[in-house]
Design a protein around this ligand. Sequence first.
Ligand code: HEM
Length: 447
Amino acid sequence: MNVIDTEQKELNYDDIQGIVLQERPTPYVGTYVLLSIDHLQDGKAMLQRLLDEVTSAGEWSKPHEGAWVNVGFTFRGLQKLGVPQDSLNSFDKEFREGMAARAAKLGDVNESSPEHWEDPLGTDKVDVALALFASTEEALHQAEEAAHRIHSDLRGISVIYRLEVGMNPDGRTHLGFMDGISNPRIQGNHIPNAVGQEDEIKAGEFLFGYVNESGTVTKGPEPVELGHNGCYLSLRKLHMRVAAFRRYLREHADHRDDEELLAAKMVGRWPSGAPLSLAPETDDPALGEDIHRRNAFTYADDPKGFKCPVSSHIRRAFPRDSLQDFVVNVNIHRLLRRSTMYGPVLPEGVMEDDGQDRGIIFAGICSSLSRQFEFIKTDWLNGGNFAGISTEKDPITGKNEGEGIFTIPDKPIRHRVKELPSFSITKGGEYFFIPSMTAIRWMVELD
Ligand code: HEM
């Protein structure tokens, strides 16, 4: 397999893992399982079994035993599996260093810094992640059995962490907003129900070995059997301070009736998912449900952000056509998001923290951690000088720490809220390599 068609009309669904090309089911339940490899031979045995249990994109619509099993490896995991040094050296620097080493750059400081992360996240114990998803608890049980078959009798493989995730009853994030609406459409991905209603993005933005938006072929790790059809995953456990968010809205909205508006201005969408750009005055649930309309907008008619503030979460995370004055090609900074919720919902109206851990497992897939995930996190969300605004950060995920400012352009005068706390705290995270099926086979066959 040395000659590769980098402009394939259709992607090789049987070789690419399902989580890359298609959304998790809706509704969904899931489990993340982290493994540590203590013995090479058992690591090899695990790889061999993964070949039977991992769900490729080709199987995704006809789930393997009713559920989906996907796998990723940290750099240390690949080392422990005996991947040769030349190949290890060919991975990007950010991946080799790991997320914890990148913490300062990512804004994971103070209470979000790795010394406060939940064990074993960010330590040298995490080698493998299994992501199990299903549409019912019963089907998830099948996936858990598959995961069990992969490692349970291998003494050199230990389960070091498990986290259950699931859709909140209202289908929204803990802050009360619909998520997972906007995702790029990948060129060559024609799977039924493939994600994304937008213009196509070249496959090389998300997969190694394909032409990317800059017109070059995205180089992955070597050899080609290891890299082609693989990608990176940034996985982060983000605790959400829901009560603090509600209190902030209560204290800073002009009236009770305006609390939802203030929150929507911060997100850029209404709770239903309807974008402010198309529904600037009130929520429009029918628009929020309409998969053909809810993501069909630009910011061309709203350069100053009167409808959707320039500093809102979605405008910072993907500025669409907002940055033309800054000559930025936004398509080289995209992510495939596969995030899921964890923890119990804080009942409506509760304004005090109940001490429970709840939040989002952010999962961003890309072919360049630095140009995509890290760039969005540092330059756009936590941004030094995003769109010429140097004093603000993303109000939802930014490192605001009680000093944040958020401007809502309005006429005759703008509205500005201050002393924003950080509503999202990093509890840990890792960078993973999501190999193709060919790459797993290649690793099995290594001497
Ligand atoms: C506490 C953590 C977070 C919450 C609650 C959150 C919530 C949301 C919500 C409600 C949306 C709107 C739905 C949609 O457009 O799909 C959204 C969009 C988005 N978020 Fe986040 N998010 C979080 C963290 C992040 C992080 C860490 C990143 C990237 C590093 C990110 C990147 C994006 C992107 C790229 C979009 C789509 C924007 C667009 O295409 O218009 N988010 N997020």
